[in-house]
Design a protein around this ligand. Structure first.
Ligand SMILES: [Zn+2]
Ligand SMILES: [Zn+2]
Length: 249
């Protein structure tokens, strides 16, 4: 694919408000990275010099905010924002407040981040260790699209997946054929056998359901499964929910 075609695709992907000027946005500067570079950096991170520009550039912050609609900040980035130490605070503000991302707002209010913030405020935590821990948090957002008994018979079963960015943990919340709600947690690393994993299932409004499971070794690494209860009891929670799954410390 030619670079021009790719640039077109990337612009479409960003669905830019920035696009009303064909060539260049009025706030864009010579230092602003290309849109292609934004896509690359969402996987590999920014260099120090690039980050310095982006943090202070209105155009780049808006571009990042557009990107966050698709990729979402990591739990670690959300946590830095909670501490007021994020590198892209304007982009984060747009994502959380103006775009009102429900998933990221859920994560910010999770028992996990509340607990970690308290540890930092008490001076008990080393940020590098925290970063490693938070990069292993699996996040998923789900919307149960049916709630009526009749619709349920025809609908496909509910399933919500969450995977951590470092791939150390994944979880599936699913409706079984016998109409139960079941949580399955997996890790590819057999060394995690015996570790406790916490799952927080948070509805749009109301308190989270918190479940703790212990990983056991299996042929693919480690696995844990928990029957949570009758699916119907959780239909309201699942209508618009966020699932956070992480290793206990
Ligand atoms: Zn810029
Ligand atoms: Zn988000």
């Amino acid at each position: 694919m030619s670079n021009e075609n790719l640039e077109g695709l990337v612009r479409g992907y960003f669905a830019l408000e920035l696009e009303d000027i064909p060539a260049r946005h009025r706030e864009q500067t010579d230092q602003c990275p290309s849109l292609l570079r934004f896509v690359e950096a969402s996987r590999e991170g920014w260099g120090a010099q690039e980050q310095e520009h982006i943090s202070s550039c209105g155009y780049c912050q808006k571009t990042l905010a557009q990107q966050l609609r698709f990729t979402h900040p990591s739990v670690w980035q959300l946590f830095l924002h909670l501490l007021g130490r994020g590198a892209n605070e304007r982009a984060m503000e747009i994502h959380l407040e103006e775009d009102g991302c429900a998933t990221c707002n859920h994560v910010l209010e999770s028992p996990l981040l509340t607990r970690v913030k308290r540890l930092v405020e008490q001076g008990e935590e080393n940020l590098e260790l925290l970063e490693a821990w938070l990069r292993g948090v699996a996040v998923g957002a789900g919307k149960l699209s049916y709630t009526g008994a009749f619709a349920a018979e025809e609908a496909t079963a509910f399933m919500l997946r969450a995977e951590s960015s470092n791939k150390s943990l994944s979880a599936t919340l699913r409706e079984t054929v016998s109409n139960r709600l079941r949580l399955e947690v997996a890790s590819p690393d057999p060394n995690h056998a015996g570790r406790k994993v916490i799952a927080e299932l948070t509805p749009k409004e109301g308190n989270p359901t918190v479940i703790t499971v212990t990983l056991e070794a299996d042929e693919d690494g480690c696995f844990a499964v928990r029957d949570i209860g009758p699916f119907g009891d959780y239909a309201r929670t699942l209508k618009n929910c966020c699932l956070l799954v992480y290793f206990d410390k």
